[in-house]
Design a protein around this ligand. Structure first.
Ligand SMILES: [Zn+2]
Length: 472
C-alpha cells in the first residue's frame, strides 16, 4: 500500500466562481434576498447542487442558475470571492485564476464594472491567506456574439486591474467558438491571456475551430483531443492534425477529471495519462468545486490513484500551471515557481539530454556538447519536457539519441533555470557530463509524419523501478 499523496503547493487555472460557492452561503444569500431554494438544509442543498452523469445539461444549468440568482449584489459577490480564495488556500492553492461571466450578475442594481469591482475587493479581502488570485472574464457560447464582445471589452477595461484573461464557456454543441472570434480579438489587443472551453462536451472539431479562430494561449478541458490520436499498446503512436497543432504550439490543457466524470467519462478512462506521455502540457484544475464536489488537491489525488502519476509528475503539473498562469510579471512568476518547487521538494532523478548520434559517438569522456564553450552548461530535460525540446530545437532531425542521465550523481552541479523563449524551468548541468552518469542511450526518431513521440524504451529507462526522485 502506498502512502497517501500529500500534494505540495498548487496553482489553479480553471475554477468557476459560480461553480464553487459554499452551499451554506447559497442558503444565506438566498434567505437575505427572499429567494426560494429547493431545500433549507445545507447538506440537502449540497446534494441537490452536485452533478452526476445522469443529469442532462439543462438540468445541470439549474444549479448554476440558482447560484447566479443569489449573486446579484456587490456584497454577495465580494463575499463569495473572498470565500473562494479562503477555500482554495485551505486546500493548498498558492495562486488561482477565478473565472466567471460578469454580465450574468447585472440583473439587480449592479453594472458590469461594479460586478468586477466587488469580486476583486473580495479577492483583496482574502490577501491574509497568502494565496493570490486573479480574474478571467467569460463569454458564453450560447449567447449572442455581441454579448461576448461586450464581455471582452469589459475585460479589456480591467486588464491592468486584476483581470488577466478572457475565456469562452457555456454550451459547446452547436455553438462553435469562431462565432465569438471578435471578442478574442479585443481581448488579445488588450494583452489578456486567452483560453477556450473546447473538446469538453463536443468533439475534437470544436478544438480545431477554437484554436484556428480564437488563437488561445490555453485550452479548457480538450480531452477529446484523444479522438485525434491513434493509440496502440497503451500509448499514443500517431497524432492527427489538430492534436499535432495543439502539442506543437505547446498549448497547456486545463484538465478537470472530476468535472469530466460528471459528464460521463470515468476518471479511470480519462486520457490524461496518454496525453501527458505524448507531451501535451497537462495542468489540473477543479472546474466547479461545489457543483462537481471536488477540490484541487483531490484532482491531484485522483490522477495519482487512477493513472499512476508519481510525485515528480504531479509536481511538474503544478509547476506547469505556474508557468502558464496569465498576467504575472516575470518576478511574480519566478517567485511562484520557486514556491511550487520548494513545497513539492520533488525533482526527477532521471534526466534526458538529446544529441546527434555521430556527435555522441565521437565525443570523449567527459562529454562536452557543441555549444558548451559558449553556454557553460549541458542542457538537460525532465521527461515531460523532452518532446517540447525536440520539437523546438531538433525538428526534422532523424539521428537523435536520448541519453538518460542519473541526476543523483550530478545533483550538486544541476541548477534549474528558466529556459530561453519559454517560461518553463529546465535543469542545466554546470560542468561536463561524465559517461558513467549516462544510464541508457535510446534512439529518438520522429514518426513517419515528422512528429516526435516518446520512445517506449526511453519512458522505461527514465521510470525504472527504484529510480526515486531528488529533494530540491
Ligand atoms: Zn469550466
Amino acid at each position: 500500500m502506498t502512502a497517501p499523496l500529500r500534494p505540495g503547493p498548487l496553482v489553479v487555472l480553471h475554477d468557476h466562481l459560480d461553480g464553487g460557492v459554499r452551499p451554506t452561503t447559497v442558503l444565506e444569500l438566498a434567505g437575505a434576498a427572499g429567494l426560494a431554494t429547493p431545500t433549507d438544509d445545507p447538506d440537502g442543498l449540497a446534494a441537490w447542487m452536485t452533478l452526476s452523469p445522469d443529469i442532462d445539461l439543462s438540468t445541470a444549468w439549474e444549479r448554476f442558475a440558482l447560484v447566479i440568482s443569489v449573486l446579484q449584489t456587490g456584497r454577495a459577490l465580494r463575499r463569495v470571492a473572498r470565500e473562494a480564495v479562503e477555500d482554495l488556500a485551505a486546500d493548498g492553492v498558492v495562486h488561482a485564476e477565478l473565472r466567471f461571466a460578469p454580465l450574468e450578475h447585472t440583473r439587480g442594481d449592479l453594472d458590469a464594472d461594479r460586478v468586477l469591482e466587488a469580486v476583486l475587493a473580495g479577492v483583496a479581502d482574502a490577501a491574509d491567506t497568502g494565496t493570490t488570485a486573479s480574474i478571467v472574464v467569460c463569454g458564453l457560447r450560447e449567447q449572442d456574439p455581441a454579448r461576448s464582445l461586450e464581455a471582452a471589452r469589459l475585460a479589456a477595461r480591467w486588464a491592468d486591474r486584476g483581470v488577466v484573461g478572457f475565456d469562452l464557456a457555456g454550451l459547446e454543441p452547436e455553438h462553435p467558438a469562431h462565432e465569438h472570434a471578435a471578442a478574442f480579438d479585443v481581448a488579445r489587443e488588450a494583452g489578456l491571456g486567452l483560453t477556450v472551453h473546447a473538446g469538453e462536451m463536443d468533439g475534437v472539431h470544436q478544438v480545431a475551430d477554437a484554436v484556428d479562430s480564437c488563437r488561445p494561449h490555453r485550452l479548457g478541458h480538450a480531452w477529446r483531443l484523444i479522438d485525434d490520436c491513434r493509440v496502440a499498446d497503451g500509448r499514443i503512436v500517431e497524432l492527427g492534425p489538430t492534436a499535432r497543432i495543439v502539442r506543437e504550439q505547446g498549448l497547456p490543457l486545463e484538465t478537470c477529471v472530476t468535472s469530466n466524470a460528471c459528464l460521463g467519462l470515468d476518471v479511470a478512462d480519462h486520457p490524461v495519462r496518454l496525453l501527458a506521455d505524448a507531451g501535451f502540457r497537462i495542468t489540473l484544475s477543479p472546474d466547479d468545486r461545489t457543483i462537481t464536489t471536488t477540490t484541487p488537491a483531490r484532482e491531484f489525488e485522483l490522477v495519482a490513484r487512477h493513472h499512476g502519476m508519481d510525485r515528480v509528475e504531479l509536481a511538474a503539473m503544478a509547476e506547469r500551471a505556474a508557468v502558464a498562469a496569465f498576467g504575472l510579471s516575470d518576478e511574480a512568476r519566478a517567485e511562484l515557481v520557486r514556491r511550487v518547487h520548494e513545497g513539492w521538494a520533488a525533482r526527477p532523478a532521471r534526466l534526458v539530454h538529446l544529441v546527434g548520434r555521430d556527435e555522441w559517438a565521437a565525443a570523449g569522456d567527459p562529454y562536452l556538447p557543441a555549444g558548451f564553450a559558449d553556454e557553460g552548461f549541458v542542457h538537460l530535460s525532465a521527461l515531460h519536457q523532452v518532446l517540447g525540446v525536440a520539437t523546438a530545437f531538433f525538428a526534422g532531425r532523424r539521428d537523435l539519441v536520448a541519453l538518460v542521465v542519473d541526476a543523483h550523481l550530478l545533483h550538486d552541479a544541476i541548477v534549474w533555470e528558466p529556459g530561453s523563449g519559454t517560461a518553463e524551468w529546465f535543469p542545466h548541468l554546470y560542468g561536463a557530463l561524465p559517461r558513467h552518469a549516462v544510464l541508457a542511450e535510446v534512439p529518438f526518431p520522429p514518426g513517419p509524419d515528422g512528429a516526435f513521440l516518446l520512445p517506449p524504451g526511453l519512458v522505461r529507462a527514465v521510470r525504472r523501478r527504484g529510480a526515486g526522485d531528488l529533494p530540491v
